[in-house]
Design a protein around this ligand. Structure first.
Ligand code: AMP
Ligand code: MN
Ligand code: MN
Ligand code: MN
Length: 283
């Protein structure tokens, strides 16, 4: 039998993923994953349903979230793991971030309309449903309404960073984001550094107190994976990884079950979490 693995990065329909939490858990089980974390953008709402479905398969679901943070020039994604999904401060922030996302999506649609693309905001809402609304929903609506022919084209022509219909999100600094995760009892991991950082920026995030790096990610070629593994070892950071699976139009089905980590790395995360908790008690 194939060895069981962990995937600590994936999305459901509570953000920009396509599957419901129970559909996603069932799919993960079929891909031989025994530990997963659902890391929706600005939402922990998938957690209860995911746990219920996972118990039928004897799988472990680590509570997770993907937050956005920024320095003056770059946006980073920071994953929070083992957070208390009932922490009121965290929940208040997540509600605020989702509201800001809604306002920003309205501004993007307004910009598209000014560019002579008469996309209706309702068509975007139809894609996002109850989830944290983001640019992927706008891209999907643009394709379905036949304003463009592919999901990628939306980012290349209109809504990608520095494209004409781009709008910034409300985001906190990496320090504030790491602190918010810590205050909800969690540990923080820098998501897909290959997409967002150069080595100087990575060092500044490490100085800001990040606990780990997402070493394994579909966007990392083998030499980059090795580079991040070396950095994690050098700075005594956790190495994490996952598929960043969203489903649907992204053609990322092959990633689920392929971009994953050994269960021993999950144990290392738990040890780090435990040492955080004992540190806090002794302060
Ligand atoms: P948002 O959080 O609304 O800014 O949307 C960010 C999400 O859009 C990312 O997590 C990616 O999934 C997707 N995305 C951002 N840039 C691109 C791009 N150039 N091509 C495809 N997807 C992208
Ligand atoms: Mn996403
Ligand atoms: Mn991300
Ligand atoms: Mn993600």
């Amino acid at each position: 039998m194939e060895k069981l693995k962990a995937d600590l990065h994936m999305h459901t329909s509570y953000s920009d993923g396509v599957l419901s939490p129970s559909e996603l858990v069932t799919k993960c089980h079929s891909r031989n994953l025994s530990v997963i974390s659902i890391t929706d953008h600005d939402s922990v709402e998938a957690f209860p349903e995911a746990c219920e479905q996972a118990s039928a398969f004897n799988m472990e679901v680590i509570p997770g979230v993907e937050l956005s943070a920024t320095t003056s020039e770059r946006e980073y994604h920071i994953l929070g793991y083992f957070i208390d999904c009932k922490n009121q401060r965290l929940l208040d922030y997540l509600t605020f971030f989702r509201l800001e996302r809604l306002r920003r999506a309205e501004r993007i649609v307004e910009k598209l309309n000014n560019l002579n693309i008469p996309l209706k905001f309702d068509a975007v809402l139809e894609k996002a449903k109850q989830g944290a609304i983001g640019r992927p929903h706008i891209a999907m609506a643009l394709v379905d309404e036949e304003f463009i022919s592919s999901y990628q084209e939306a980012f290349e022509k209109y809504i990608g960073n520095s494209c004409p219909a781009y709008e910034k999100k409300f985001v906190m600094s990496p320090e504030q984001t790491i602190q918010l995760i810590a205050s909800a009892g969690g540990i923080s991991v820098l998501a897909h550094p290959g997409r967002s950082t150069n080595s100087e920026m990575l060092k500044s995030i490490i100085s800001a107190g990040i606990d780990g790096i997402e070493v394994i990610h579909p966007s990392h070629p083998p030499e980059l994976t090795k580079n991040y593994q070396d950095i994690a070892n050098q700075y005594f950071l956790i190495s994490s990884g996952g598929s960043d699976y969203h489903g649907g139009k992204r053609n990322d089905d092959m990633s689920l079950g392929r971009f994953c980590i050994e269960l021993t790395l999950v144990d290392a995360m738990k040890k780090r979490l435990f040492s955080h908790k004992t540190e806090n008690k002794s302060q």
